[in-house]
Design a protein around this ligand. Structure first.
Ligand code: SF4
Length: 225
């Protein structure tokens, strides 16, 4: 073999090694990027929101103006869960923005929480039940998987259910909220504290003391953890 041939072979060998490392790096790098995209909770949450926005799994889609998937931070201290959107929420697509929402914000503030910094707020059903009626069992069942996926994804430190419907559905109990509150439950391994719905407390201010106890319970769970 001539010296020139040997040199050519050596150059080819270096080119091959270079190609291997560059291609290997790009392949590895793009694999990492796509896995990161897959597991990015923000992306997955957007994916759930997209599914909800076109959902027709129950009859509530017929009269909605907007779906209300819920909103807040990933890994919140608390996920607050009501039963369903009202008129203001249906109009804006945002959870708890009417009078009850403003009142709920004052509850959060009382225990140093803030919906934009450390909470996620959602509902059992993502479309407004007509005339603010309770969601029917088949509507709640159809919509519940979205909530379950949201909870698994955002992993709140604690859950607070607001009112009878959300509490019954997530605890599996049948009693009224007056009997169900005052205890700590567990949902997907996350402590769950039930309390009254803010609208109910606005109608009946004698419930304020019980809500304050429930908020203290919630605060002590957050401090213990
Ligand atoms: S309430 Fe839930 S299940 Fe029913 S249409 Fe809306 S998003 Fe779908």
């Amino acid at each position: 073999m001539s010296t020139q041939n040997s040199l050519n072979e050596l150059v080819n060998l270096f080119n091959l090694i270079e190609d291997y490392y560059i291609e290997g790096f790009h392949r590895h790098h793009s694999d990492v990027e796509s896995v990161e995209q897959e597991v990015d909770p923000e992306n997955q949450l957007s994916e759930i929101n997209n599914e909800i926005s076109s959902c027709r799994k129950c009859g509530l889609f017929k009269e909605r103006h907007n779906t209300v998937p819920g909103e807040g931070v990933i890994n919140p201290l608390v996920m607050l869960i009501g039963e369903g959107p009202g008129a203001d929420e249906d109009r804006t697509g945002k959870p708890f923005v009417g009078r009850a929402g403003i009142y709920l914000d004052s509850w959060l503030k009382a225990i140093d929480l803030n919906r934009s910094e450390n909470c996620f707020i959602g509902n059992i059903v993502k479309c407004r039940p007509p005339d603010n009626r309770d969601p029917l069992p088949e509507e709640s069942s159809a919509c519940l998987p979205y909530l379950q996926r949201q909870i698994s994804l955002i992993r709140p430190k604690a859950i607070m259910t607001l009112g009878r419907i959300a509490t019954q559905i997530l605890t599996g109990e049948k009693s009224g909220i007056g009997a169900l509150r005052g205890r700590i439950y567990s949902y997907q391994g996350i402590p769950l504290v039930p309390t009254y719905h803010p609208s109910a407390v606005q109608r009946n201010t004698s419930l304020r003391g019980a809500v304050w106890q429930d908020l203290q319970e919630l605060r002590s769970i957050l401090q213990d953890g």
